[in-house]
Design a protein around this ligand. Structure first.
Ligand code: ARG
Length: 556
């Protein structure tokens, strides 16, 4: 089941046939008595029932193992006709994807909070959301990438009230994220013992809510300067957003949502005087969601309801995907439930992609506060590792390479397991050249980039017949043919692990091929065939890396 997805295959001739054999085998084992420990007997029993044909050339059995040998010539032909020539054509053209709905996907990700820390969770959201957006795009969807900033709330009351005392315009321009965070920390400390400061903060936030121009313009300055700074950092990551939205954009609409809920008879008043929506199946308030504070102000969820409705109206998405850590799973459940109960049937096509915590992401100087710290650290460490190698000295821009490789290390580490899992962060482990790391993917890519190009005038098929003799080459071809399946699988559950593990496996296969299938010193035909094989592998690897959000390097 893991290997073959018959009905969806781009290479039906193999997968259908093989899976029919597989299923038959399983059935037969079942009939023969799966409880018997005599596996050899089962196998033999199967063998008599299965007849080789033009796809499966031979079937043989050892105790407990049945081997199906595929027709290698056919495999090569299929490779030639099915694998796209150009890197850009992957995914899009595959027949496998005719069954997918290609519409507009709105992907909301990263979404940091202004003046607060950019934590590892935001970094994960950035990587994962970017991957999902890339994947959807490569499968032919229109994709809208949205960043929903935490740009509203009491932190702006505090910042606004305290900026006069602790802030400095010059520092704000020089190092905005850092400075806003410092001011925020200072004001918070002050407000702990200073009632006046607390009141001033409340007052400032009220002014904001009432759109008073002075307060709004200071808020706007904080926001603009932050977005500008983030854009610069996202660029380093190779990530872009079509829209910078945020909680602030929906606070008026949030009040309308409350009215709407009231009109629809969905709003109840709790004993504490807050506005709530009953979410219990039996209508007994055993579970509910607060959408309005007793002082009449709205909450995070109220703004999310408003934001979702607004996005549907503006962008007509066919699906919307939210990427945040798993602690917000309940929030999104409630959000979708409320939208549905308001008769927004499209909420069915909204999806939350939750992920686990990262522990111990630290830099040499201590705790990670800003995204830039992580990127700088990755680059410095990578540069340090690379400085031992000869090729580094020949590079035009080793810093740039170190940056790209460092980021790929972060991404692969993050994507290897199920997204829901927590993981421990370890710089040394993720930066290893050997083993399942992003550095290894980059290394393989760089090596393939330098393997030289083949001459096109001989046909691929003729060339490949000389490859047929080698199992290594066949294994790589078989692996490459699974690429579309892997994209499909990732598109189904939005988990990058399928693609990452596919590319890591490919890289391991290529490492063996580099040892076992030398180009230099081989007869011209054989050399050409091998180059062609490497070139195919190169484009699949590059394409897959890009979808993951990695920029492949040609030298390292
Ligand atoms: N800013 C939020 C946080 O840092 C994440 C926003 C997630 N998106 C949403 N539509 N609620 O936790």
């Amino acid at each position: 089941e893991d290997v073959f997805m018959p009905a969806l295959s781009a290479v039906p001739v193999f997968r259908k046939q093989l899976s029919v054999f597989m299923m038959l085998t399983v059935d037969l084992i079942h009939v023969a008595g799966s409880k018997t420990t005599d596996a050899a007997n089962c196998s033999l029993f199967c063998i008599f029932q299965l007849k080789p044909d033009s796809v499966v050339e031979a079937i043989s059995a050892l105790p407990g193992v049945i081997t199906f040998t595929v027709n290698r010539k056919l495999l090569v032909q299929v490779c030639e006709s099915e694998l796209p020539q150009q890197e850009e054509e992957f995914g899009l053209n595959s027949k496998l994807f005719d069954t997918l709905n290609r519409g507009t996907s709105l992907v909301e990700f990263s979404s940091p909070n202004i003046a607060k820390k950019f934590h590892a969770g935001h970094l994960r959201s950035t990587f994962i959301g970017n991957f999902i957006a890339n994947l959807k795009h490569s499968l032919g969807n229109r994709v809208i990438r949205m960043n929903y900033l935490g740009d509203w709330g009491m932190q702006f009351g505090l910042l606004g009230a305290g900026f006069g005392k602790f802030g400095c315009q010059q520092k704000l321009k020089q190092n905005p994220l850092q400075h806003l965070f410092e001011v925020y920390v200072e004001v918070n400390k002050e407000a702990e013992h200073n009632e006046e400061m607390k009141l001033a903060a409340k007052d400032f936030f009220k002014q904001l809510e009432q759109h008073e121009s002075e307060a709004v313009s200071l808020w706007q300055q904080f926001r603009e300067i932050t977005v500008h700074e983030y854009e610069h950092i996202y660029k380093r990551l190779g990530v872009h957003f079509d829209i910078y939205s945020g909680e602030s954009q929906h606070q008026d609409q949030a009040q309308k949502v409350v009215q709407q809920l009231q009109t629809q008879g969905l709003l109840k008043t709790s004993e504490k005087g807050t506005g709530v929506v009953d979410l219990s199946p039996d209508g007994d308030m055993s579970s509910f969601c607060t959408v309005l504070r007793s002082d009449g102000t709205t909450l995070y969820i109220t703004r999310d309801i408003a934001a979702a409705i607004d996005r549907k109206r503006k962008y007509h998405f066919d699906e919307m995907i939210y990427v945040t850590d798993k602690s917000q799973a309940n929030h999104f459940d409630q959000l979708f439930q409320i939208l549905l109960s308001m008769d927004h049937a499209w909420a069915d096509r909204c999806r939350h992609v939750p992920f686990g915590l990262v522990q111990g992401m630290k830099t040499r100087t201590g705790e990670v506060v800003f995204l830039e710290d992580v990127l700088d650290e990755a680059r410095t460490r990578m540069l340090n590792n690379m400085s031992q190698s000869k090729t580094t000295k020949e590079m035009d821009d080793p810093e740039d390479t170190a940056e790209k490789v460092g980021i790929s290390a972060l991404i692969v580490q993050d994507f290897k397991g199920p997204l829901q899992s927590d993981y421990k962060f370890d710089w040394d482990r993720i930066l290893q050249t050997q083993g399942d790391t992003g550095v290894f993917l980059q290394y393989t890519h760089a090596r393939l980039s330098r393997s030289g190009s083949f001459i096109c005038d001989e046909t691929w098929q003729d060339l490949l017949f000389s490859l047929l003799l080698e199992q290594t080459g066949i294994t790589i071809l078989q692996h490459l043919l699974r690429y579309d399946e892997v994209l499909y699988q990732s598109a189904q559950d939005l988990q990058p692990k399928h693609l990452v593990n596919f590319l890591l496996k490919l890289s391991h296969l290529i490492a063996s091929a580099h040892r076992e299938l030398p180009v230099k010193g081989s007869a011209p035909g054989v050399a050409q065939a091998r180059l062609r094989l490497f070139s195919r592998a190169h484009s699949v690897l590059a394409n897959g890396m890009r979808i993951l959000g990695i920029t492949p390097v040609d030298r390292m």
